[in-house]
Design a protein. Structure first.
Length: 300
């Protein structure tokens, strides 16, 4: 069943469209600069990645590129940007063939995007948002965070902004009214670092990222604890511009992602990502996120 939203993408609030245009302008300017991540020709495949990926994970990125080139038979450029806004602008405008984006912008621009594949983590295509605090901080009620300095990931992040903003809106609050101050770290790992170091009293973070860090960087995550886990929500999807969904490159990418767990190199990439694989899905997987978008829209 296709997800039906009360406000289609063509009627996204002016502020959201303004931010997308700002991201498009920023992405267009950046694409004119001599960056090795941008392809000089579109004879290959350009695949966008959000800051969920660590630019320092060179081995992971190299293996991901190698697998996609092997599976698609095309040269592949992995395109990264600092913000979700810039990556969303690149994929909506067709400057990349597809991108691994977040569920929040996917819902906002669903009429302009096509869902290609969804990661499967711990046997399901869903994840949670965590509110985290210092490990020694007592209490179990999220309302105790009132007056905190709070770390958010990105204004276009579901787990790093929207879930918390919707939770507060349901209680008649806002990020600005509830927290003493808040700031964006532009990376979920940076949220964990901010809370672990005491720079922030609490933070909103991607539960998948926190759990992977718990395995790979236990000394860091061990300085924090999960105060609240959200309901299970659609995992950040792989999407393309709707107009590009039927292109040969996009279809090759989709097939490569869906077959990743059947290939030895693909399984290496999945193991590094701590994912089970990728699966086909329908947009109604993101109905929970769409509900929060509508709730926040009504509150503002």
């Amino acid at each position: 069943m296709r997800l039906v939203r009360s406000s289609p993408a063509s009627h996204v609030p002016t502020i959201a469209r303004r931010r997308l245009l700002q991201g498009l302008a920023s992405a267009t300017l950046a694409s004119a600069l001599p960056r090795p991540a941008i392809a000089s020709t579109r004879s290959g495949l350009a695949f966008g990645l959000t800051p969920v990926f660590r630019d320092s994970d060179l081995d992971l990125l190299d293996r991901l590129r190698a697998y996609l080139e092997k599976a698609t038979g095309l040269p592949v450029d992995l395109v990264s940007r600092r913000t979700y806004q810039e990556i969303t602008a690149l994929v909506v405008s067709g400057q990349v063939d597809a991108a691994w984006i977040c569920g929040y912008p996917f819902v906002q621009y669903e009429e302009e995007l096509s869902l290609l594949a969804v990661p499967v983590w711990r046997q399901q295509p869903r994840y949670q948002s965590y509110l985290i605090v210092d490990r020694n901080r007592p209490g179990s009620d999220w309302r105790m965070l009132r007056g905190d300095v709070h770390a958010l990931s990105d204004p276009d992040s579901n787990s790093g902004y929207l879930v918390t903003a919707a939770l507060l809106a349901e209680a008649g609050e806002s990020v600005g009214s509830f927290f003493r101050s808040s700031f964006y770290t532009y990376g979920h790992r940076n949220v964990v670092r901010a809370v672990a170091s005491g720079l922030a009293g609490s933070g909103s973070v991607d539960g998948y990222v926190w759990e992977v860090m718990q395995e790979l960087e236990p000394k860091l995550t061990g300085q924090t604890r999960v105060l609240r886990a959200s309901e299970w929500l659609g995992f950040p999807p792989i999407a393309s511009a709707r107009a590009a969904a039927g292109s040969a490159a996009t279809q090759l990418l989709r097939d490569a992602l869906l077959a990743m767990q059947t290939d030895p190199l693909g399984r290496e990439v999945l193991s590094m990502l701590r994912l089970d694989g990728f699966a086909a899905a329908e947009p109604d997987l993101y109905a929970g996120i769409a509900g929060m978008v509508d709730q926040l829209r009504r509150a503002t």
